[in-house]
Design a binder for this molecule. Structure first.
Ligand SMILES: C[S@@+](CC[C@H](N)C(=O)[O-])C[C@H]1O[C@@H](n2cnc3c(N)ncnc32)[C@H](O)[C@@H]1O
Length: 231
């Protein structure tokens, strides 16, 4: 089915609160396990000396999981939505001792303010929001260096409207209407694995692996990315 973009930023306060209240814990835990397996993070103790950037962090679901797993690492969550970052900051301040190395920064991508290299770039469900996916891969390259690990998970676009409706019913059955609406729009805005492979080739990141995961996700991962200096 044809891609239809959705709004990039999730900056309606009700939308951000509904997203933050939803239980994504199962999927988020699976993301953390994949991040743990990245070379450079695997076996890194409490993470002292590591720096991790979470692109499109929203209310910080993955950011905080990473910070809890590596309490000595500097973890930076980036998002363009003030509403999302207000929630993330509220969560951070609820336990400032545990989150002493966690920071959030409001940046709308593309931004020249992203400067690497960092130890790992992670991102869950940002790619499909971007009208131009090259913006996402440009941000990854700004943060990358020869030792940087990357883990990205995102939705993949279903083949047709019937498959899309089945996914919405299966995964957001009892959710509030705003979440069901956003989920349908996100599936429609998502990319296919073949499109992502083309994006990676165009960005000079063809060495990264793209894989389909369960009924609705794709993941992209790799290590030792060709970086470039921020303009
Ligand atoms: C579906 S949420 C994912 C949140 C989070 N990564 C998680 O796992 O729960 C996507 C986030 O990307 C942010 N976003 C979308 N386009 C952006 C852009 N151009 N620059 C910065 N953030 C953006 C949205 O504001 C939203 O918070």
């Amino acid at each position: 089915m044809e891609r239809i973009c959705e709004p990039e930023l999730m900056d309606e306060p009700l939308q951000a609160e509904a997203y933050a209240a939803a239980d994504f814990s199962g999927g988020d835990q699976a993301v953390l396990e994949r991040i743990e397996a990245l070379p450079g993070l695997r076996g890194s103790g409490d993470g002292e000396g590591l720096s991790v950037v979470d692109l499109g962090c929203g209310p910080g679901n993955i950011t905080f999981l990473v910070a809890r797993r590596w309490p000595g690492a500097r973890v930076l969550g980036i998002d363009g939505s003030a509403a999302m970052l207000a929630i993330a900051e509220r969560r951070r301040l609820a336990d400032p001792a545990a989150h002493r190395y966690v920071r959030f920064q409001r940046l709308v991508l593309p931004s020249p303010q992203l400067v690497g290299p960092c130890s790992a770039v992670v991102s869950n469900s940002l790619l499909h929001h971007l009208h131009d996916p090259g913006v996402f891969w440009g941000a990854v390259k700004q943060l990358a260096g020869p030792d940087t690990g990357l883990y990205v998970r995102d939705l993949r676009r279903p083949a047709n409207a019937a498959d899309l409706e089945a996914l919405v019913a299966r995964h957001t059955g009892a959710a509030p209407e705003v979440l069901r609406r956003d989920y349908a729009h996100s599936l429609r805005a998502a990319f296919t694995p073949a499109e992502v492979r083309e994006q990676l080739d165009s960005a000079g990141l063809g060495g990264l692996q793209v894989r389909e995961v369960d009924d609705r996700y794709l993941e992209i991962q790799g290590h030792g990315l060709p970086g470039r200096l921020a303009p």
